[in-house]
Design a protein around this ligand. Structure first.
Ligand code: GDP
Ligand code: MN
Length: 332
């Protein structure tokens, strides 16, 4: 565990200039919330902490997205929770439906089998549309086109420490593409052919692979996927990375293959593999100082400063870092 202290470099909350500039400089960024009307109260719980710990000091706008219209109740109650601007948008049909080349009978048969095999969310059609939307479309949703950076927020998550600077400004200042708090190993049975499909893509488009990539982090022997990924329910990232040619081509290649429907490919491994292949690894940042929980896992900083200064309400003994791919990330 001492290693984690050794790697306490580049920590934004220790940069006085960033702290000062955070009060005056505003980044072209928003908070993105994909949610269902039925999740109103779980979302309010997330928003309350997100506002109190951070956004009430910075007032970044929210963009709420849904595959159906938000109810007036949802709009009223969420907008009453923040001083920020709130926008509500429906997802266009083509971003949340079957593409023409998908055989829906085959997809339904696969879902039936996935339930028998007890694959997590195996029987859910909407979950697959959600994963495909988050993999390939949210960043080009009309309501997001005007922004460069986003912070993804979900229902039922917790923020357990004060955040006294603007992470968007930190991202921008260092020209970072992606920030994470938790990493995990994926369930292999959700993505049986994702890695082979990825390898075929790499063979066809070798010029897209970054020379200083993070492939080492996601592979064993540079050959097999080790299932490591950033847990994408938390993301602070640059929208323009997802909009770039290599990632779009990669998403389209995956989408043609059909694994979002014939298997249950998640947006977390897809984002993570895309980042590992197409960016310089120094573009990815571990927000060690942001305490975040999405049950059943949480990241809580272990550095005593956080707890002795009264900034946090999490138990550092409960941080998931030791069981995840985060140590491997720091080794890289
Ligand atoms: P998990 O985190 O993988 O367990 O999945 P969640 O149920 O939390 O879904 C991930 C995100 O997508 C959350 O922000 C959900 O609110 C949202 N989401 C999932 N399914 C749907 C859906 O069918 N419609 C809408 N509008 N949002 C969804
Ligand atoms: Mn979730």
């Amino acid at each position: 565990r001492d290693k984690f202290f050794k790697y306490e470099y580049n920590n934004p909350y220790k940069d006085p200039e960033l702290l000062k500039n955070s009060r005056t400089i505003r980044v072209n960024a928003c908070i993105v919330v994909l949610a269902r009307n039925e999740e109103l109260y779980q979302l309010k719980s997330s928003m309350r902490q997100f506002e109190d710990r951070w956004n009430k000091k910075y007032n970044y706008p929210y963009v709420f997205l849904n595959d159906v219209e938000f109810t007036d109740k949802f709009k009223e109650q969420t907008s009453s929770f923040t001083q920020s601007e709130t926008k509500y948008a429906v997802i266009p049909k083509e971003m949340w439906s079957y593409p023409s080349w998908i055989n829906q009978t085959k997809a339904a048969e696969h879902r039936k089998k996935a339930v028998e095999d007890q694959i997590i969310y195996g029987g859910s059609e909407s979950y697959r549309h959600m994963c495909r939307f988050n993999s390939g479309f949210f960043f080009r949703h009309p309501a997001l086109l005007e922004y460069d950076y986003y912070w993804r927020l979900e229902p039922s998550v917790d923020f357990m420490c004060d955040i006294d600077y603007d992470p968007f400004l930190f991202m921008k200042k260092n020209d970072l593409y992606y920030g994470f708090t938790i990493t995990l190993y994926e369930f292999e049975n959700t993505i049986p052919t994702l890695w082979n499909t990825t390898k075929n893509f790499m063979k066809e488009y070798p010029h897209y692979i970054n020379d200083d990539n993070a492939l080492k982090w996601i592979t064993k022997d540079d050959e097999h996927y080790n299932l490591c990924h950033f847990w994408s329910n938390f993301e602070i990232a640059n929208l323009n990375f997802w909009r770039s040619e290599p990632y779009i081509k990669y998403f389209e290649y995956l989408d043609k293959e059909g694994g979002f429907f014939y298997e249950r490919w998640g947006d977390a491994p897809v984002h993570s593999i895309g980042l590992a292949l197409f960016t310089n690894k120094s573009k990815i940042h571990f927000f060690n100082d942001i305490a975040y929980s999405h049950p059943p896992y949480q990241h809580c900083p272990i550095n005593k400063d956080f707890h002795e200064s009264g900034r946090c309400h999490c138990d550092p003994g409960k941080t998931f870092d030791w069981y995840s791919c985060t140590e491997k990330w720091w080794a890289l």
